[in-house]
Write a protein that binds this ligand. Sequence first.
Ligand SMILES: NC(=O)C1=CN([C@@H]2O[C@H](COP(=O)(O)OP(=O)(O)OC[C@H]3O[C@@H](n4cnc5c(N)ncnc54)[C@H](OP(=O)(O)O)[C@@H]3O)[C@@H](O)[C@H]2O)C=CC1
Ligand SMILES: O=CCCC(=O)O
Length: 287
Amino acid sequence: MEEIGFLGIGIMGRAMAVNLLRHGFKVTVWNRTLSRCDELVQHGASVGETPAAVIKKCKYTIAMLSDPAAALSVVFDKHGALEHICAGKGYIDMSTVDADTSSQISQAITSKGGSFLEAPVSGSKKPAEDGQLVILAAGDKDLYDQVVPAFDVLGKKSFFLGQIGNGAKMKLVVNMIMGSMMNAFSEGIVLADKSGLDPHTLLDVLDLGAIANPMFKMKGPAMIKNSYPPAFPLKHQQKDMRLALALGDENAVPMPVAAAANEAFKKARSLGLGDHDFSAVFETLSK
Ligand SMILES: NC(=O)C1=CN([C@@H]2O[C@H](COP(=O)(O)OP(=O)(O)OC[C@H]3O[C@@H](n4cnc5c(N)ncnc54)[C@H](OP(=O)(O)O)[C@@H]3O)[C@@H](O)[C@H]2O)C=CC1
Ligand SMILES: O=CCCC(=O)O
């Protein structure tokens, strides 16, 4: 494949770009805080001074940015991706955003002759490091086919979901379920503890039953120790709950469980826990 541009070297972008480099891809990176690119240079990456410079150099550019505002800013602002997008170039936004944001980016890119794919991912820091993400792509099928070699490195499975917006919506539905589950799990741990049970035994029981899952298994022991090293920052999970609830509004879908979970994540943010892992929502109950 041609050289790949990578915009956004946060928790996920860093892991994904390193993974591409490890598999022999040439990668040019950019990050708003440029110093975060230094480590990538050690792994063999080149650095672009602006998103526009990266687009100019690379046939394909991936973005992995925090939220809709960041995704839009990197495309539309001065020295943004749009400045050098043209026919023959592909832009792949893997950030978790809403369908409307994705459509705005798609329209801007395609109106300049470029091609666009949204491709948010399931899986967190460790799956990103290990190339085990689940990729939820939608948009330009030709571009999808061209970047499959990169997706094969980044993920264990890619879905092509059709028209723009379908990848964004699928991702929000999945994360809405995950955020609600995390709240129920937190309540269960506190209930076990306060009613005289050993929370570690609860984890063992859960792990053997019908609701066993990697999230409970990985995060439970650290939560019991009130430890929340960020893999998926809580502020991003709350953003996803907010965007999923808006999708519920649009479709007149009642979501009382997700709405309550969103309030708990908002409470956690108000306690200053936004940069901790999203499992820190546990603190809203244990305090
Ligand atoms: N962490 C996870 O487990 C997962 C996260 N996601 C999604 O992936 C995306 C990235 O997540 P993650 O890596 O965890 O987040 P981080 O907070 O670690 O990184 C966010 C990135 O966005 C950049 N950024 C933020 N605001 C702006 C802006 N206004 N203009 C330009 N760049 C900006 C940051 O740059 P700077 O360094 O300068 O702040 C940084 O590169 C999010 O949409 C998240 O929801 C999806 C799956 C899993
Ligand atoms: O968006 C973040 C998802 C985290 C995960 O799937 O484990």
